[in-house]
Ligand binder design. Structure first.
Ligand SMILES: C[C@H](O)[C@H](O)[C@@H](O)[C@@H](O)C(=O)O
Ligand SMILES: [Mg+2]
Length: 392
């Protein structure tokens, strides 16, 4: 039986959480004085939303086959992303066989090479690729992980990212990643505050529960070096995204300087096999963290992961809910997954892309066995009003 062809592609935007999970209300840990590259400007130090971290919003891409089956996926791209889908990229999908995933990816990437390569364009390509995998899984009646070679372990284990790793340990997570709150602009007092926070959490959790810092691109090499060595006293397991994503040279030097046994990690704001080849060949990271909704989708993450495996590097994708879970469970060099605690106080487990998805699975006791539901196994919440800014 011939596989259906793609009949239509549609791009919607929606605000308030979802894939743009930084788009939260006030009083949320994820926007509470977190160190960023903008923190050198005092007016932008308290809130990342103040400098626009949530300006884009969620992009929802739907791909409909000519038998009526619809696959969909999400990314952070909002209206600019919707424009790119409807006015540029739809032409490479409509009329194509639903199985032409590699061919479509190559056309999307090369047709946007003159203005894309990284950032929002690759976010959009990622969402289209993920929607195609969702559609293919639904047409074949298989979960996406079954399309990728099947699970190599029975269940996923998770670490938790959020302000309360001490609570996360009690929820069964294997470790906790703290957002770093103070960068170089806050000088020695900021460094002391960072270390006090890490010490407090170390004293509240057991020795077997790892602690890591997410520095969200906010540091310089000297500060990161000093922070890593001071953090080692409290068993810091890894220092994440200490430097701007393009500073491959800084990451390579940081990796030479950190205490033996401490991981240097990065990658959530890196794109495509080419960016990750640079990170790996320059020895920038022990563990890379591509976000499957931002790095190029499943099609590109398969290439990135194989490259990392050849370099002996682990791949623990940046938290992206079901879109990374279906990948991680099929990879030997992805031993655990990230769960972003989206509850405002990080005090309970709630679905990461709330409120946008129905049936979004969450870890229970820090573990998750993925269902066999076709595709990524989630549905759009009909109570979330989608808007199609560029209808055709
Ligand atoms: C917690 C960090 O500041 C970011 O908000 C988070 O999205 C990302 O860096 C992560 O690794 O989860
Ligand atoms: Mg991070």
């Amino acid at each position: 039986m011939a596989m259906p062809r793609i009949r239509a592609v549609r791009a919607f935007v929606v605000r308030g959480g979802g894939a743009d999970y930084h788009d939260q209300g006030a009083e949320h840990w994820i926007d509470d004085h977190i160190a960023t590259p903008m923190a050198k400007y005092p007016e932008y130090r308290q809130s990342r939303q103040a400098f626009g971290l949530n300006v884009l919003g969620t992009l929802v891409v739907e791909v409909e086959a000519d038998d009526g089956t619809v696959g969909f996926a999400l990314t952070t791209a909002g209206e600019p992303g919707a424009y790119i889908v409807e006015r540029h990229l739809a032409r490479f999908l409509e009329g194509a066989p639903v199985t032409d995933i590699e061919r479509i990816w190559d056309q999307l990437y090369n047709a946007t090479l003159y203005y894309g390569r990284k950032g929002i364009v690759v976010n959009v390509i990622s969402a289209i690729d993920l929607a195609l995998y969702d559609l293919l899984g639904k047409l074949r009646g298989e979960p996406v992980y079954a399309l990728l070679g099947g699970p190599v372990r029975d269940e996923l284990v998770f670490y938790a990212t959020g302000a309360r790793p001490d609570l996360a340990e009690g929820m069964g997570f294997i470790g906790g990643k703290l957002p770093l709150h103070h960068g170089p602009a806050e000088g020695p007092a900021g460094m002391r505050a960072n270390l006090r926070e890490l010490q407090t959490m170390r004293e509240r959790v057991s020795d077997d529960f790892f602690l890591a810092w997410d520095c969200w691109m906010s540091l310089d090499l000297d500060y990161a070096t000093r922070l890593a060595h001071a953090g080692a006293e409290f068993g810091l397991r890894w220092i994440e995204e200490a430097l701007p994503p393009d500073d491959y040279w800084g990451y390579a030097e940081l990796r030479r300087r950190v205490p033996p046994g401490m991981w240097v990690t990065t990658g959530e704001h890196e794109s495509t096999r080419y960016g990750f080849r640079l990170l790996l060949e320059m020895g920038c990271a022990d563990l890379i963290q591509p976000d499957v909704n931002w790095c190029g989708g499943i099609t590109e993450l398969l290439k990135i992961s194989a490259l990392a495996d050849a370099h002996g590097a682990m791949v623990v994708p940046h938290g992206s809910s079901v879109y990374s879970y279906h990948f991680v469970v099929t990879r030997h060099n992805s031993p655990f997954a990230e769960f972003l605690m989206m509850h405002p106080q990080a005090s309970e487990v709630v679905p990461m892309f709330s409120p946008l998805l129905l049936d979004e699975p969450v870890p229970v006791n820090g573990r998750l066995k993925l269902p066999e539901t076709p595709g990524f196994g989630v549905r759009l919440n009909p109570e979330c009003e989608l808007h199609r800014p560029y209808p055709r």
